[in-house]
Each structure stands twice: as C-alpha cells, then as structure tokens.
Ligand binder design. Structure first.
Ligand code: NAP
Length: 330
C-alpha cells in the first residue's frame, strides 16, 4: 500500500510560512509490525501553533526536523491492526500527521465513540474548546455584568470564548478582521459588539464601547490588539494571554508599549497553556456538550478538501481566510 505525505522542507522562523516549506513524497508501507495500528487519515485539524512546530522551537514543539512528515492532529479509521484495543473500522484520534495512511503506536491513539462525533474532538470537544473553556473560566474568571473582550474572535478558540462569556453573563465584544466576521459574531453568535480591526481604530472603538473599561481580555493575537486593549483595562482586569498570532512571523517581535497600565489598574496578565488541565477534561467536555445540545453554543467549521490542499489550508489561518475551526477532509 502506498501513502502520500507532506514533508517539512523549510523553516519559516522569522517569516511567513510558504507553500515551499512543504514537499510532497510517497512511501510504500510494508507489512504491519506487531503492536502497531495502520490508520487512514480522514480529517486533519489546523492550529497556528503548527508554525512553532515547523520552526522546531525547542521546549515547546521540538523534534520536527527537515524531511520529517509534517505534524498535525487528525481523526482516522483503522484499516489494519495488530493491537487488540483498536479493531479494524474503529475511529481514532491522534497525531496522525500530514499523510494518507501510516502505522502508529497504540499509545499515541485515542479511540473515539463514533465517526459522527469525531470532528467535534478536533474542535469544540478537543483542544480548541478546552482552551476556550479553561482559559476563560479559570484565568479570565468573568463575572456577570463584566465586559469581556476577545481577539481573534471569529476563529476557532475566540468564537467559543465569546459564547462561554455570554453564558457566564458577561457583555462580550469581539475583535476580528472583516465585516463578514463581525456580522457573524453579532447576528449568529450573540456578541454584543464587534470591532473590525482592519477597518476601524480599535482603541477608539473600545473607548466608545467600554466606558467602564475592559474587565477580561482573552487575547489570541497579541500585537496592536493587545496594546490597544491594555490602554482600556478596568481596575482589577484579567488579561489572558492565549495566543499571539500577530507576532508569529516576526524575527524580532516587540512587547506592548501600554503594558504599564497593568500597574495603574492593578490588573493581572497571565499566560495560558492547556497542559496540566487533563484531569478536568471530562467535566469540561460534559459542560461543552450540554451547551451544544441546549443551543447555547454554536460551532462553525471551515472545511477544506483534499491531500493536495493541506499546506494551503494551514496558510489560511495566517491570512485570516478561515471562519471558525479550520479542518480538512482528506
Ligand atoms: P483561529 O483563530 O481559528 O485562526 C487564526 C486567526 O488569527 C485568523 O482567522 C485571523 O483572524 C487571525 N490572524 C491571523 N494573522 C493575524 C494577524 N497578523 N493579526 C491579527 N490577527 C491575525 O486559530 P485558533 O486555532 O483558534 O487559535 C487562536 C490562537 O490561540 C492562536 O494564537 C493559537 O496559537 C492560540 N492557541 C493557544 C493555545 C494555548 O494552550 N495557549 C491552544 C490553542 C490555540 P482575523 O481575520 O480576525 O485576523
């Protein structure tokens, strides 16, 4: 059996990812070894952190050398198995990588209940939804009546953060690129307001929309969004630093000039990583599932198709082409 793969072919540290950072290859899979599981990749998930993995950032995402298969989380179907717990036909999730079919160690795979709900485990019930849930509720700690601002608001994490903040009784303002994204946030997701940072002056709009200041800022972007919100934080504000995609391409990123407002407002700024929350996943997933069933939480997926489109799909996150969770169906 042959399998096509996308290999790491360049290191985009200090610059944007290019299609040439990936090279197509094809391998012949031999006989399946004992205690291995052969999986066909059905879905791939895309995350801005894959740029750091491509850059082989030590301590965070090391081990991805030039010539390796590009890493990526996915959902697939077991096509051959020499591990009893993964029967042929089972749906599994794991670091399947950018390849059509590959052999994996059982320890790397998670058995999913059914193929129908599998996609949700790459998004709202997986790291995307769990990041939104713990980052907002544990670090941001919104109270009813608080004003919560989220950047990257029409993306996978941001769109869930804003909706959980609404469930928590907050007033929610999203920052996103483009009128269509802002309209979706207000009309479909129930955000109270949205700022199109590509067309509006963010700090000016924040001052208009938040006369009492920003109580919680969930930041997926960094850069000018972070600086503008720091100028507007309320006393005792909580700033959750989840992501910084505006700086991921910079060789020498700079910090926010307005950071000293943290002192004047006795605010806190805390980084968030999902690592360490594993023991609380079941409770968070149960609550997220309940909100989905109740219609309190809406999920949008941006689905691209085909092996050939895998590299271009990662680039969509950096151009802002995606709305909601970026997935690809092989
Ligand atoms: P996403 O928001 O679905 O996609 C990325 C979005 O970022 C794009 O749609 C685009 O939206 C925006 N963007 C791209 N370049 C930008 C720039 N230069 N300036 C401002 N905005 C830009 O991605 P996601 O998977 O939900 O991840 C969101 C953030 O959370 C990322 O920074 C990611 O690294 C981080 N994250 C952190 C953790 C953690 O544990 N800390 C876990 C998961 C994700 P616009 O059209 O609005 O610009």
């Amino acid at each position: 059996m042959r399998s096509r793969q996308w290999l790491i072919n360049g290191n985009p540290r200090g610059r944007a990812i290019e299609l040439g950072d990936f090279a197509e290859a094809s391998v012949e899979l031999g006989a399946l070894e004992p205690r291995r599981v052969r999986v066909r990749t059905d879905w791939l998930s895309f995350d801005p952190a894959q740029k750091a993995q491509l850059e082989n950032v030590s301590g965070y995402a090391s081990g991805n050398e030039l010539g390796n298969v590009m890493v990526g989380r996915g959902v697939g179907t077991v096509v051959e198995s020499r591990a009893d717990q993964f029967p042929v036909g089972a749906t599994v999730m794991g670091p399947l990588g950018w390849q059509e079919v590959a052999d994996h160690a059982p320890a790397a795979l998670t058995l999913l209940p059914d193929a129908e709900s599998a996609r949700a485990y790459l998004g709202v019930l997986g790291t995307t939804g769990l990041t939104a849930y713990f980052g907002l509720l544990d670090v941001g700690r919104p109270e009813p009546g608080d004003t919560v601002v989220v950047s990257g608001a029409a993306g996978a994490v941001g769109s869930i953060v804003g909706q959980i903040a609404k469930i928590a009784g907050a007033r929610v303002i999203g920052i996103a690129g483009g009128a269509a994204k802002c309209e979706w946030l207000i009309e479909e997701l129930g955000f109270d307001a949205a700022i199109d940072y590509k067309a509006e002056r963010t700090k000016h709009r924040l001052r208009e929309l938040c006369p009492g200041g920003v109580d919680v800022f969930f930041d997926n972007v960094g850069g000018s969004a972070l600086n503008d919100v720091l100028a507007c934080v309320a006393t005792g504000a909580r700033v959750v630093v989840c992501g910084g995609i505006a700086r991921y391409n910079d060789a020498r990123p700079t910090g926010p000039a307005n950071y000293f407002n943290i002192v004047f407002r006795q605010a806190t700024m805390q980084g968030f990583l999902l690592k360490g929350y594993e023991h609380r996943y079941p409770v968070a997933q149960a609550r997220l599932r309940q909100w989905l069933e109740d219609g309190a939480l809406l999920v949008r997926e941006d689905i691209q198709r085909g092996f050939d489109n895998i590299p271009a799909t990662l680039l969509r996150l950096f151009s802002g082409a995606n709305i909601g969770k970026q997935l690809l169906r092989l």
